[in-house]
Write a protein that binds this ligand. Sequence first.
Ligand SMILES: [Zn+2]
Ligand SMILES: [Zn+2]
Length: 553
Amino acid sequence: MSRKNDTRPAHDEAIIIEGARQHNLKNIDVTIPRNELVVVCGPSGSGKSTLAFDIVYAEGQRRYVESLSAYARQFLPKMDKPLVDKIEGLSPAISLEQQTTGRNPRSTVGTVTEIYDFLRVFFARLGKTCCIKCGTPIEARAADEIIADIMALPEGERVIIMAPLVELQKGTHADRFKKLQAEGFVRVRVATQGEEPRILNIEEVPPLDKNKKHTIDLVVDRLVIRDDMRTRLADSVELALRWGEGRIIVSVPGKPDVIHSTDSACPKCHHSMPAPSPQLFSFNGPQGACPQCSGIGTVATFDPQLIAPDQNLSLRQGAIAPLSQPSTMARLEKALIALGKRHRFTLDTPLKDLSETAFKALFHGEPGGINRTGSLRRNFMGGTSLNNETIREARFSQEYDVSTEHWPGVMYLLERRMQNSEAWGEILSRYSYAVECPSCHGARLRPEALCVRVDGMNIQEFCSLSIDKALTWIRERTFAGRHAVVAEPLLKELVHRLSFLINVGLDYLTLGRAMLTLSGGEAQRIRLASQLGSGLVGVTYVLDEPSIGLHPR
Ligand SMILES: [Zn+2]
Ligand SMILES: [Zn+2]
């Protein structure tokens, strides 16, 4: 901070402050050059933050608000004028303080920078889906696209357009053939399981063995690829799609069949997959979020260390904290004594003297019980509840009605208690901690979303790349034809925004990184990058210690 300069720049080149007396500032004058990175440094208590936030930011903000209509102003807090004689050359100011994004476990680097929003569109529009059951590529296509694909075959190629009617079904199918004939069709392709498919005139089809499985395709048209056949082809494709209920077989003699589908069902096993939409990739909505963790990526699990913090205690002394009430112990006593007989301990044995198998049986239950793995799930409010199966099971049994034959485990009892009592939230927070979600392994998304890939990469794998690698991958993508039109603006935006993150020095982060796990300085620079991505010009950005939390201690 300098005292009065002799050469005074014009106020479009600098922010000029005179006579600042706010807080610790002792009537100082300062000239801050505009359109430059200016660092305010000095000993603690010298008034750095006062100058940056209480004068430059507050006054920039105040004047901007003053310029709004009286109607708009009534919704904004009234701001006091800072103690300063004169400020010139201010522009609207945005302050990026530490930790203003709150503690939302759903925020990631990708969502805060809005890069994830573009990625969702990118994967929805350009991704290819594979069947979750058998891995067959699924491509839902418009009839126009199917026609264009057939037209792209070499001129003079012979093509058979068919509608799949029956797949591996037993029966003679005689009625079906009669009906097709009545509709005016001439040929079908019949394949009895274990035999080669044959194209036959319908009246020549031999009686089919009713105990064997048959596949029947309706021959809709046979044509030779030529420029002037487009209208006829379009009619045939439409007819075949109608008879094939959205599916069509394009057969070129001597080559494997190509199956096109206008819905997003697997052409091989018919498993229906959701059509890729941006919502499918949102872990903050029910269409995309992993059903078990509701898109948080973690679930709560009970921890023996928290349930039994003092292992010098015996069961009778209340070693298991949540079950230590005398009334609860009284109800469980018989079952616990029986368990002890099977595993050689008594109610007076300190927990630390239990054998490993006994300890495991006590907490996780004896073998042969229900499988507890991942029985907890999150609900959409971030709370925790039980998996449906456990709930169903729990409804039929009384809370602590435990048999002496088989011990279900402390964890199981706690989960059941959670289901039956109002206080489960409290129980959970005291005895549980978060672990990686067992069904999505932290990916936050439902498995169908992870089956959509662009050049072999799914959205979660992309979000696990460091930002510099992610940018390289995006830059290497090339798309042809109609995909290129869709891809161009998305690629441009992604390159743009990823570059901002690299420019603020965060190339080592991943887009999937939870904001909660970032240092204050990193979080602040991410907000700076997303601000820069918004493309506003002439704004004064005020940052508070953007490298905080990164200094080695
Ligand atoms: Zn399939
Ligand atoms: Zn999950």
